[in-house]
Design a protein around this ligand. Structure first.
Ligand SMILES: C[S@@+](CC[C@H](N)C(=O)[O-])C[C@H]1O[C@@H](n2cnc3c(N)ncnc32)[C@H](O)[C@@H]1O
Length: 231
């Protein structure tokens, strides 16, 4: 795995343990959006609730056996899913999780204390970089509408994925609820989930084959595989 930038050591007040968060290439100064995520990072709004367990189990079933795989999780936030991914890829697998919000990453570092197969770093997806074919899965959980440049991130995902690697875009609410939620929060009020027709063609243009598209009022689940030629 590449080593970029310098280490930004954050102190977890409860444990007095220093958890390293790498400030990766692709880090840029906080925007209004990042400031908002920094601000809400400690509020626990993204923690999983007991009612989320069936959804988590469904996601695990849909992912299938991922033991030993390398997973990239863009926009991991405070890491509620990261913790589960780390378990599901054991033994031998690795989760590379990143987020541009220092506040979110500090929470993630505290929540993932003692988990040895996760690396956290501070980056924006549009500027991040990894060597080609570094990952078997890219899992965008509750982050896709926040990307400023969909084409640019899909091109990056294609490069970072191994041949036949999988891209997943997952939300636990439908498009309407998701867009309505963002519409009420100033810095993210333009962050809408892309129109299906647009996203389908963007995925094909970026050489992804769409394998599953499940969309209703409760969820969005898109699964695509990386192709070498146009799909
Ligand atoms: C709604 S939160 C979800 C966090 C986490 N995935 C979860 O489900 O709890 C969205 C996250 O995306 C991050 N984010 C926003 N813009 C991003 C970008 N351009 N690249 C990567 N992450 C981004 C935010 O900092 C925030 O932590």
């Amino acid at each position: 795995m590449e080593k970029t930038g310098h280490s930004d050591r954050r102190k977890d007040a409860r444990s007095k343990v220093f958890v390293p968060v790498v400030r990766g290439r692709g880090w840029s100064p906080p925007s209004e959006k990042q400031a908002m995520f920094d601000h809400i990072a400690g509020h626990g709004c993204f923690h999983f609730k007991p009612g989320d367990e069936p959804r988590l189990a469904l996601l695990q079933r849909r992912l299938g056996g991922i033991r030993g795989l390398r997973v990239l999780e863009p926009g991991c936030g405070s890491g509620p899913l990261t913790e589960w991914l780390a378990r599901w890829v054991e033994p031998g697998g690795h989760v590379e999780a990143f987020d541009p919000s220092a506040g979110m990453l500090a929470q993630a570092a505290a929540n993932l204390r003692g988990v040895t197969n996760v690396r956290l770093s501070r980056r924006r997806c549009e500027e991040a970089d990894w060597p080609p074919a570094s990952f078997d899965i890219v899992l965008c959980f509750r982050v896709f509408p926040h990307f400023d440049d969909v084409e640019a991130v899909l091109a990056r995902f294609h490069r970072w994925l191994a041949p036949e690697g999988r891209l997943l875009i997952v939300h636990w609410e439908g498009r309407q609820a998701l867009n309505a939620l963002h519409a009420h929060h100033g810095p993210v009020d333009q962050d809408v989930f892309p129109q299906r027709s647009y996203l389908e063609s963007a995925l094909r243009r970026r050489r992804f084959k769409i394998e599953r598209w499940i969309e209703d009022e409760n969820e969005i689940y898109v699964e695509a595989t990386r192709q070498d030629t146009s799909a």
